[in-house]
Design a protein. Sequence first.
Length: 266
Amino acid sequence: MPDYLDDLRLAHVLADAADAATTDRFKALDLKVETKPDMTPVSEADKAAEELIRGQLQRARPRDAILGEEYGVEGTGPRRWVIDPIDGTKNYVRGVPVWATLISLMEAGEGGFQPVVGVVSAPALGRRWWAAKGHGAFSGRSLTKASKLHVSRVSKLSDASFAYSSLSGWEEQGRLDGFLDLTREVWRTRAYGDFWPYMMVAEGSVDMCAEPELSLWDMAANAIIVTEAGGSFTGLDGRPGPHSGNAAASNGLLHDELLGYLNQRY
């Protein structure tokens, strides 16, 4: 089986380059921000970071395909890099430090493409998380200065911490009642949003999280990091991996109950 460690090292190099570009424009008074057709914002930093990553990938892995949020898919083949140049653009443009570059390598296999490498780099928080298939998940400043991640062992909802992004999507999907029932059963809820709750599930500080509407680039890196940390990452339909258009992540012990509540009245 491939060990993917060369790909992981490359993903760190890509994240270093993206961090430099995004940090340089964070809180810039002249930052240019546009509205995309789906009414979400995109900044010049989103575009610059993705262009930078694509350029390096085209030189280092010319045979691999690339899928990015801002510029779509390029190339074909059994290996595909999936890029979200800034996950949390709304935070970025308002000066909130909770945003990250998400980089994943997906490989074709049974059941379609699955993530085998993931890096989530949040320079404004001073944090980075990563994983490669079969090698575990880690957090730290570099490959050599890292701590191994493991999900929590909380097994009761009444002891569990549940994280989410917002209420609006749950209401639009008709899942709000089940969502609210879940929040009444758990020990604690917090709306951290975007990539961060998945990383906290991986490191065991949050026990479960979920979002009702996502794209592949929002999930691929998160999925491999959570699962390599010993957790579960599925769609709300229970399908493993980042392909369902939504996500539920947990320490595994609480996953069936998490899905049960979010689907109970749907």
